[in-house]
Design a binder for this molecule. Structure first.
Ligand code: RET
Length: 294
């Protein structure tokens, strides 16, 4: 079952643009990895897991996109005029398999940063994982038919879209109905996260449908650019925004990162490295107006 990319030939320019776009994708993941590893301690321990999970997403996406690029390089040969298909096929399947790791993780990060815990966390997490995997695997099934059977492409795409809508409803609820109110700046940033997530996630179904709009060399270039932009925004930019929200929430909870405590001496400092303002056990400070049971 050949996908769109394998049915076409490419001018040297188109071939290079796709190759360079795929390189940009995994280079961004490597850069993101350095960022998340080096900044994770800016957030208090309960929120820090978000940066760790972003680092996991970076590694898995780096490997998948690197592999995808290798496949692009080996699938075509230059005949002196154009690049044409050879013995092996190019396969977007690596992307779908990568999403099945990354989508559940990206949604888990959201729950962590929004402060969900206990039964509410577990209930939402389970729905995110089920809906996320169902959305991806039904789409994975559909993309095999993109060049041969558009009825099946649409059918699987429609089933996948139902799960996608379910995820969006849950994401909206998670962002706009958190267990505890966020500091104003963090709440503003989370409104931005909603739009960033919506905009970037919508690029994926657009790329899935590309053979319907443009079964051409230009369509392949547009598809790989859409996928790459979507990946960089939905994994790296989203992760950076969540890390910042985690940091703002940590500060509001009374947690000060070691770097800040070096420039602004803190009278509460008790000598240990890392944490300047002391936290209660469990990592999160009691909030005003709430009874803190210990
Ligand atoms: C598919 C199939 C067609 C219908 C829909 C799809 C949605 C895909 C999405 C993927 C998101 C991936 C992310 C990956 C990050 O690592 C499967 C293309 C609706 C929304 C965020």
């Amino acid at each position: 079952m050949l996908t769109m990319e394998n049915l076409l030939t490419y001018s040297p320019v188109s071939y290079s643009i796709v190759s360079n776009t795929l390189t940009l994708g995994y280079a961004a993941m490597a850069a993101g990895l350095v960022y998340f590893v080096t900044t994770s301690k800016r957030a208090a321990p309960p929120y820090r897991l978000s940066s760790t999970l972003s680092a996991v997403v970076m590694v898995s996406a780096f490997l998948a996109l690197y592999q995808l690029h290798q496949t692009w390089l080996s699938a075509f040969t230059f005949n002196g005029e154009v690049w044409e298909g050879g013995a092996t096929a190019f396969n977007n399947g690596y992307r779908y398999i990568n999403w099945s790791i990354d989508v559940p993780i990206l949604l888990t990060q959201l729950l962590i940063v929004m402060g969900f815990t206990g039964a509410r966390f577990r209930r939402l997490w389970l729905q995110f994982v089920v809906a996320g995997l169902a959305m991806i695997y039904t789409g994975y099934a559909g993309q095999f038919y993109e060049a041969t059977d558009s009825a099946r492409l649409y059918l699987w795409g429609a089933i996948s879209t139902a799960f996608f809508l379910w995820i969006l409803v849950l994401v909206r609820r998670t962002i706009f109905d958190p267990p505890d109110a966020l500091p104003e700046r963090a709440a503003g940033l989370m409104r931005g996260v909603w739009w960033v997530l919506l905009g970037s996630w919508l690029l994926y179904p657009g790329a899935y449908l590309m053979p319907v709009f443009a079964l051409s060399e230009g369509g392949v270039v547009a598809r790989q650019i859409s996928f790459t932009v979507a990946d960089v925004v939905s994994k790296v930019i989203y992760g950076v925004m969540l890390s910042r929200v985690a940091e703002l929430r940590s500060q509001a909870d009374g947690y000060a990162h070691a770097l800040e405590s070096e420039t602004q001496p803190n009278p509460d400092r008790r000598g240990g490295a890392g944490v300047a303002a002391v936290q209660p056990q469990g990592g999160r400070a009691p909030r005003k107006g709430r009874v803190h049971r210990s």
